[in-house]
Design a protein. Sequence first.
Length: 514
Amino acid sequence: MPKKTNSAFDIDTVKDPELRGYLQHLTNSLNRQNQELKALTLKDKILDGFFHADSLQQCLDVAVREYKMPGCSSLRVLVHQRGPFNVLRQIKSIHGDYSQGYAYLDEQIIDQLRDKDQLVINDTSKIHSIKFTPEQPYPRAIGAFRFLTSDAMDGYLWISFEAIKEFTTYELEKLTQFGNILELICANFGRATTKRDSAVVFEKMLAMVNVPVVLLGENKKVLYANPIAEKIFNGAVESIGQNATVLNWLGLPERNIQAEIDIDDRHYQITGEKLEETAFPDAAILFLEDDTVFNRKQAYLTLMMDTINHDFRGSLINMQGFSKLLGMVGELNPKQSEYLQLIQDGIDEIAAVTTDLLDVNRMVQEGGLKVQECTPGELVEKALTLIQAEARQKQVTFGKQMTSENQVILVDRVMVISALYHLLKQSIQNSHLGGSVLVGEKLDGNKWIISIQDAGRGISQIDIENLATNHFADKNSPGLSLVYRIARFHQGDLMVESELGKGTKYILQLLCCD
């Protein structure tokens, strides 16, 4: 009869201590190898899911399904991923009968893991840091781990049991190994996802830009052109990389470019930067803004200004000569001498204004301003001198309320005098015969505020609103649009206050110092 053998061998029954110790060591070694083999099998299954998954969510779902621990009632994996523009995205993967019911504990467990990597509660009936909701189910034991912390992603996992649980070293090591696998998956998948999402967002943004955008690569080849570039250049987008100005810039050490180029009879303002941190050699991005219409208008304006300047200067010289001849025809009475002096002063001022305003370069350099030190009293007096002829014709008198007459301010003298002249002219036109116009001014911080008030027929509120809406362009008040532009050049504003039948008050605000 064959001898019966025990199916389970108890090492403790061995009496020889050396043999018992050897057998225990051998058993531990076999258990360790079995644990490592299971971990490798689990890792292989999860990595296989990683290579076949379309998203991090799918990959985590595979990992959670494959993980097994006896008695586990729920397993929850929580990943916080920061995507493009630092947008936070939360990914959850859960498994187990109680996983849904324990969702309310996620935030508390994450908070507990902010400053530590592991949280183990063997018996939740004893004092611990987790607060349970009476109406909600709660586990009897919890093991939680933070398996990933980086600038792009944070990862947490926690496991629950419905009975008091003393976690063995083997179980804690198994959870740690599982966390290491999750860290490897999240780090690699998250990096790829972030790059892909960033590329998609970047491409969509460029597609929405309403100017041509071109990305150049090695040998000046076009790697990318947004839809508006493809539409405008109609298959000839490669010509951008071969433009002489662009080629010259690409050969220089300068990183940025701001230049003007001509392509197919169109004029473009080009802005670009070399992308030295990318994987593409010699990569550069270019933005092109079509300003052909403006450029042609500017060229026409320059030509027109040159022509007017030449012809106007000749007439002014003749007028200056004739005004001097008038004083030689005979003795003039005091009134005639006064009028003649007004004429000569007006011609001299017009000549100065012409010399300054017809210089087209001043509109391109320094914002069109030639700032210099002036006093409010000087500017107001000069404008009143220029408007004397119109005032005499309508018998309008002027009053002044000056609070900073002798203070020094920084403004464009010619432009401000021109603005005051047009406002005074408008007030005279609004005034009744023999009316009066009050000129007031004051300094308020870094602003100079001038008011010109008449007692004429006034303007309706609707007309005032229309003036502001149309930037003061009005056929009945042609000078106001110029005043408004001068105010904007000085980082200021023009306002109108009026009531029908009660006169109009024009308020001009100008930035007058740094």
